[in-house]
Design a protein around this ligand. Structure first.
Ligand code: HH2
Length: 275
């Protein structure tokens, strides 16, 4: 993720082919509007598209593998065929991931960090796909039931390092592994902010770091109006990039692309001073 020591944060644009995602559920549920969204995000400058068919918000309906495949694969194929953008599939199911890879995805974004499906690690090892390993406490159904940690940063870091160890033992190359502290997945608002303040801890393992905080409740609780979440999303993502995030996962690609122009400029000032 580094070029000659200079930072190039990547923007991962979210494509939710779902009826019930917390922010954009239903907006891109039919294949045509999802494809239109892909076109838009590519034109806006997405480096990666993360295409998912099942919402992970607490209380969202679970769907079958076949339904998930039917939702995501036509959109993945469209994105991979028509654009240079890297395509990621947001799934915890190995059968869905296998079909997605055949359709042109090259990253498996597994919010269970290869825990939910034993076939996921061998699949990634066999195919050479990259994997995002994300921390979640419990499952999407249980994760927000009073999450408690003694030390949230140490516990999330230990979990991610253990999962990276599991992945490499399963034959996934170290350079294919990306870590993600899982903002909003089994964390209170306070936990989320503590994790964001301590992103540097996750860089110690040497793997690229992905942060997904776009429009989530850590921001939403501060504002009454849904449309007021974007400025804070951009501000916190800029801070995440300053703290070492290599990939930011966002709904609003154009706005982040514009904001990162200035942030990247700031990061590259060659005067050697620390911020
Ligand atoms: N957040 C969501 C989904 N997938 N993957 C990673 N690696 N990191 C995240 O923080 C992350 C993720 C939830 O956001 P969204 O996709 O917008 O909502 P929903 O799960 O309701 O579809």
């Amino acid at each position: 993720m580094r070029d000659g020591g200079e930072k190039h944060p990547r923007i991962m644009g979210i494509v939710n082919v779902t009826p019930d995602s917390f922010y954009d559920g239903g907006r891109y549920f039919d294949a045509e509007s999802a494809k239109e969204h892909v076109r838009r995000l590519c034109a806006d400058g997405a480096d990666i598209l993360d295409i998912g068919g099942e919402s992970s918000r607490p209380g969202a309906g679970r769907i079958s593998e076949q339904e998930e495949i039917d939702r995501v694969c036509p959109v993945i194929e469209f994105a991979a065929r028509n654009f240079d953008t890297v395509v990621s599939v947001d799934t915890c199911k190995a059968k869905v991931a296998a079909e997605a890879l055949s359709s042109g995805a090259t990253i498996i974004n597994d919010i269970s960090a290869l825990v939910f499906d034993d076939e996921m690690a061998p699949l990634a090892a066999r195919t050479g796909a990259s994997v995002v390993l994300m921390h979640m406490k419990g499952t999407p159904e249980t994760m927000q039931d009073n999450p408690i940690y003694d030390d949230v940063v140490a516990e999330v870091a230990a979990f991610l390092e253990a999962r990276a160890g599991y992945a490499t033992r399963a034959g996934i190359a170290a350079e294919k592994i990306i870590l993600d502290p899982g903002i909003g997945f089994g964390k209170t608002m306070e936990h989320n902010y503590v994790l964001l303040r301590n992103l540097g801890r996750f860089k110690r393992s040497g793997y690229p770091l992905l942060v997904g905080l776009s429009r989530k409740s850590l921001i939403g609780r501060l504002y009454d109006d849904e449309s007021d979440r974007l400025p804070a999303t951009i501000a916190l993502n800029a801070i995440a990039v300053m703290a070492g995030a290599d990939i930011i996962r966002v709904h609003d690609v154009r706005e982040h692309r514009l904001a990162l122009e200035a942030v990247t400029k700031l990061l590259r000032v060659p005067d050697g001073s620390r911020i």
